[in-house]
Write a protein that binds this ligand. Structure first.
Ligand SMILES: CC(C)(COP(=O)(O)OP(=O)(O)OC[C@H]1O[C@@H](n2cnc3c(N)ncnc32)[C@H](O)[C@@H]1OP(=O)(O)O)[C@@H](O)C(=O)NCCC(=O)NCCS
Length: 431
């Protein structure tokens, strides 16, 4: 999931945007404090304590090896029938190519997916986005799992996996990226989520895949990294009007608009949209760049074509082609994810760009990401979001991003790491 926090508005000062960087050390401390709190409440994670995931009690045990927590079971021993659901409900496989099914999933998520703590905004993934997110090379239809009410056939819950090769240190592991876990608001707190997680796990096991990667805003056993989402205002007036951000102390609206104003056109010579012919070169650039992170996807040309070729209102990618050599030296990308604005009289949607993967070898990252802001502004986005993963910390403050409230925690299923990673060691962005 993408975080849906709003801007911390208590850190504004007169001449600069809110600038309260959360240091990596602090985030590790936060986690261990949250862990301590958790340990005092015994049996708090009745489900997760039964799963092959890093357990809080093992956090300080440096003797446990890195890698898979359990050996894979022989495929013949994988449970062949789905897990039991409460009697009124049934499993369905959601064919996202079907306009009707895709619309049902879209409606479930639009009304029931992730909200901010104050329920002012709810993530609103478009149908086109969902199809893109769920149909990468080699996807399994059986991993797009719905729960319906038997009698009415109403879709009331959803969870998905997609296959991905994820490198952890030097090991490339076939994993499922699990996302879009959603239970209808009226069915919450009935322990449906654990059954859904077990079912997607079973279906991954049937394909001989034993590890998974996922993110969540909540702390579960046990994050491999805890990251923060930052927000760069592109349309500050609207963001303030809808309560996404606040007017800083001693700031007027016109001062704020001036502060966030961007040039009309990009500044880097050779900055242009990614095209199909660039895929081999961009794949080499990305693969080489991602090697420096502890956890990162292992992308081939087919993946790059799927994940980065521009798709209107879904994914935008740009390259810098050297005007002299015509080599591609830099790359940046962002995906489109709107949020519904709940109960506002005049505005109903917030259009956000989310930084995806960026590579700078020649153009300074700061300049590249400023050009990304400029094109996002031209495309009428209200806000540009970026996690503090990879090298993003080097441009966030300077480009006037403000930290959001809340964290996005990264998790691996059935794979242990000895230490919590710093956000800058994470080279993975999930949608
Ligand atoms: C997340 C959601 C599906 C959980 O369902 P629920 O009805 O609240 O919770 P249930 O009673 O079914 O299950 C509770 C168990 O699920 C776990 N859980 C809750 N949210 C989770 C998440 N995002 N990822 C993994 N496990 C989660 C809980 O920790 C608990 O297990 P535990 O006892 O071991 O701690 C539901 O709250 C929801 O749809 N929320 C809005 C969308 C959302 O936040 N999706 C997750 C995006 S990461």
């Amino acid at each position: 999931m993408a975080d849906n926090g709003s801007v911390n508005d208590d850190t504004n000062d007169q001449n600069s945007p809110p600038l309260e960087i959360v240091k990596n050390e602090a985030s590790v401390e936060d986690i261990s404090r949250e862990v301590q709190d958790t340990l005092t409440l015994s049996q708090r994670h009745k489900f997760w304590e039964t799963q092959p995931v890093g357990q809080f009690k093992d956090l300080c045990d440096g003797n446990l090896p890195e890698g898979p927590i359990e050996p894979p079971t022989p495929l013949s021993e994988v449970k062949q029938e789905p897990y039991n659901l409460p009697n009124l409900y049934e499993w369905v496989t959601c064919d996202m190519d079907s306009e009707e099914t895709c619309a049902e999933v879209y409606n479930l998520l639009t009304n029931n997916y992730v909200e901010d703590d104050e329920s002012m905004f709810r993530l609103n993934y478009s149908k086109e986005f969902l199809r893109w997110a769920l149909h990468p090379p080699g996807y399994y239809k059986s991993w797009h799992i719905g729960v319906r009410v038997k009698s009415s056939k109403k879709l009331v819950a959803f969870i998905t996996g997609i296959p991905a090769r994820i490198r952890v240190r030097s090991e490339v592991v076939n994993m499922a990226e699990v996302n879009f876990l959603c239970v209808h608001k009226k069915l919450r707190s009935n322990r449906l989520a654990p059954v859904m997680i077990k079912e997607v796990t079973r279906r991954a096991h049937l394909e001989n895949i034993w590890q998974a990667a996922y993110t969540a805003g909540v702390v579960l056993p046990t994050p491999i990294a805890s990251c923060q989402l930052w927000h760069r205002s592109l349309n500050p007036k609207k963001l303030i009007d809808v309560g996404f951000s606040g007017l800083g102390p001693r700031m007027t609206m016109s001062m704020t608009m001036k502060l966030y104003k961007l040039p009309d056109s990009t500044v880097t010579p050779g900055f242009r949209k990614l095209e199909l012919r660039d895929v081999p070169e961009v794949t080499r650039l990305l693969r080489n760049y991602l090697l420096q992170f502890v956890v990162a996807p292992d992308l081939d040309e087919l993946d790059v074509e799927h994940w980065f070729l521009p798709k209107e209102d879904v994914i935008d990618s740009y390259v810098v082609e050297s005007p002299e050599t015509h080599k591609i030296t830099d790359f940046c990308s962002f995906y489109t994810l709107t949020s519904s604005i709940l109960g506002h009289p005049t505005h109903s949607t917030l259009k956000a760009a989310y930084s995806y993967y960026n590579v700078s070898t020649k153009t300074p990252l700061l300049q590249l990401m400023n050009d990304a802001l400029i094109v996002a502004k031209q495309k009428d986005f209200d806000v540009f979001n970026a996690l503090d993963v990879m090298h993003n910390e080097t441009f966030l403050k300077e480009l006037k991003y403000a930290p959001g409230d809340g964290k996005l925690h990264y998790y691996l299923y059935d794979y242990r790491l000895k230490h919590i990673l710093r956000p800058s060691e994470v080279g993975l962005v999930l949608l």
